[in-house]
Ligand binder design. Structure first.
Ligand SMILES: O=C(O)c1cc(C(=O)O)c2c(n1)C(=O)C(=O)c1cc(C(=O)O)[nH]c1-2
Ligand SMILES: [Ca+2]
Length: 556
């Protein structure tokens, strides 16, 4: 796989070479052999089991290269599979040490490929390069100290010979960073911390770029400031810019860190050649709700007032759908994409939130003065977000974004907290509650020019998997109830669904081989909802666990 192959990934249909189905992560395939007319004839072609003992959340998106599928599973495992038959070619298990500290289930979101190597990251914060044909380790790099709370869950992105990864651990007070490694040797090429104050130092290393001082943090709170880049990035080859989101500031209790807390809960545009930050846009300054802004930033061409603007869109965990100028990060619009948002009324023309001050979780010191030990406020969306990690899709056919969203709120209160290595660093307590009796999940079709809702499809359980759209006029996505389903891209009518036997929280792909179009997805219920979901975890507690890949094609 070459750089030219990667750049063309979103136009070619025989392979799926990366997470997002192309550098821009539009998750759009021009394939139309499976379409609105015939999708009801979609049947399983093959299935592969990840085995019985380690059935946990499966959030992976497979990739397909010359008839081989590479797919990762829970507990930092990866398989190479014959994409025609489902027959296993090899498997590799990273064999995790005791004491790993993932916040939100033992998940992995996928692999990357370049040259003759396949890359993936592990829950003990390693980056592994395997020979694509044999599955043998070529190199394995310890990126960070897992005992301090660092882990990795995202798929790497490869740009011009560098394997570029984010990190996880915001709930443990780690320092967010984006890092680039030489694809051939595993040597670190650059290191880009995402928290002001850390710009020149971390793990005893100097960043190759000089950064700003810690002006937006009080005291030395920047030393454990969070801002994990835990979802990986997207890329615009023409502008030569990477786009990485950054997670919540640590701790969650915002009274301990007055200021904007740059660059947490932001989108960063980064130069892939040296790690320099070219622009930033903060979606939740001074976040007090765990509104990690990691959500993927999807480049697209915005048609507005007769002009075409090089834009990017982000459906943020904080409930707003952002459109920015991707050349310079200038704010274009922010429109609500969920029914209830309590923390801000909207955004002003400069892209600053109009906070509703009384809806910020209370200062525990003030609450204590009134003689109470806690005073929760109700906040919506909940910290699991109007949208969490699960990626949206953009159709080049309809010009619409298809956003997997959730309707929920939370009671939240703050508490005292001090940093301790390897311990949760929140300073908050919470309980998540549904807003409606009959649904939490909603797939929404959104016009990025106006923010207008074109249609919505409700789902009882929260949506937790990625979305894909195709030239055949279909939108595919999974549900925790077990279905992979396809809806009409202009009406939302459900045209096909198939139950995989466990919740689908992975991201579907499609490709063509031997003249036939295939669709595949991983199945296996898990992720953050059962662990953190409070009242909502009760609603989903009987869903079956699993671990398998399903491939579909049209019945003959
Ligand atoms: O701040 C972080 O470092 C971090 C990492 C992750 C992760 O790596 O999966 C999640 C979160 N935060 C998080 O806040 C969250 O809600 C979440 C849900 C999930 C999931 O896979 O279901 N991961 C994560
Ligand atoms: Ca987080």
């Amino acid at each position: 796989v070459t750089d030219a192959d990667l750049v063309k990934d979103d136009q070619t249909t025989d392979n799926v070479l990366m997470n997002g189905m192309g550098y821009k992560a539009q998750r759009y395939s021009p394939l139309d052999k499976i379409n609105k007319e015939n999708v009801k004839k979609l049947v399983p072609a093959w299935t592969l089991s990840f085995g019985g003992e380690k059935q946990r959340g499966q959030e992976s998106q497979p990739i397909v290269v010359d008839g081989t599928m590479y797919v990762t599973g829970s507990y930092s495992r990866i398989w190479a599979v014959d994409a025609r038959t489902g027959e296993e070619k090899w498997q590799y298990d990273a064999r995790l040490p005791e004491g790993i500290l993932p916040c939100c289930d033992v998940i992995n979101r996928g692999a990357a490929i370049y040259g003759d190597k396949v890359y993936f990251t592990t829950l003990d914060a390693q980056l592994v390069a395997l020979n694509k044909d044999t599955g043998k380790v070529v190199w394995r790099k310890k990126m960070e100290d897992f005992q301090a709370g660092y882990s990795n869950t995202a798929a790497p992105i490869v740009v011009k010979g560098k394997v570029i990864v984010g990190n996880s651990g915001g709930e443990f007070g780690i320092v967010g960073a984006v890092k680039a490694y030489d694809a051939e040797t595993g040597e670190e090429v650059w290191y880009r911390p995402t928290i002001e104050g850390n710009m020149g130092r971390l793990n005893g290393k100097d960043s190759t770029v000089t950064g700003k001082q810690n002006a937006s943090w009080p005291g030395d709170m920047w030393k454990n400031g969070g801002g994990a880049t835990w979802l990986g990035g997207t890329y615009d080859p023409e502008l030569n810019l990477l786009f990485f989101g950054t997670g919540n500031p640590a701790p969650w209790n915002s009274w301990l860190r007055p200021g904007d807390n740059l660059y947490t809960s932001s989108t960063l545009a980064i130069d892939p050649d040296n790690g320099e930050i070219k622009w930033h846009f903060q979606t939740t300054p001074h976040d007090g709700w765990d509104y990690d802004g990691v959500n993927e930033f999807v480049p697209f061409e915005l048609k507005k007032d007769g002009r075409t603007i090089k834009a990017g869109a982000k459906a943020d965990r904080n409930g707003f759908f952002f459109v920015l100028d991707r050349t310079n990060g200038k704010f274009i619009s922010a429109k609500p994409f969920v029914s209830k948002i309590t923390w801000a009324k909207g955004f002003d023309e400069n892209g600053r939130p109009q906070y509703v001050a009384e809806n910020r979780p209370r200062n525990p010191e003030e609450v204590a003065k009134s003689g109470k030990d806690r005073e929760p406020v109700f906040a919506a969306p909940s910290f699991l977000g109007g949208k969490n990690w699960m990626p949206m899709a953009y159709s080049q056919k309809t010009g619409l974004f298809y956003v997997p969203s959730n309707e929920w709120g939370m009671d939240i209160w703050n508490e005292a907290i001090t940093y301790k290595k390897g311990a949760a660093y929140l300073g908050a307590g919470f309980n998540i509650k549904p807003l409606y009796d009959d649904h939490i999940g909603v797939l929404r079709a959104i016009d990025p020019a106006t923010g207008e809702l074109k249609f919505e499809v409700k789902n009882r359980a929260p949506l937790w998997g990625g979305v894909m759209t195709t030239g055949g006029g279909l939108v595919f996505y999974g549900t925790p109830e077990g279905y992979l389903q396809a809806v009409d891209d202009t009406t939302g009518e459900i045209l096909w669904k198939y139950n995989t036997g466990s919740g689908v929280v992975g991201s579907p792909i499609t490709w063509e081989q031997d003249g036939e179009q295939y669709v595949a997805v991983v199945s296996g219920w898990g992720g953050a909802v059962p662990l953190w979901g409070g009242d909502v975890a009760q609603i989903v507690k009987n869903f079956n666990q699993g671990g398998s890949v399903w491939a579909f094609r049209l019945a003959k």
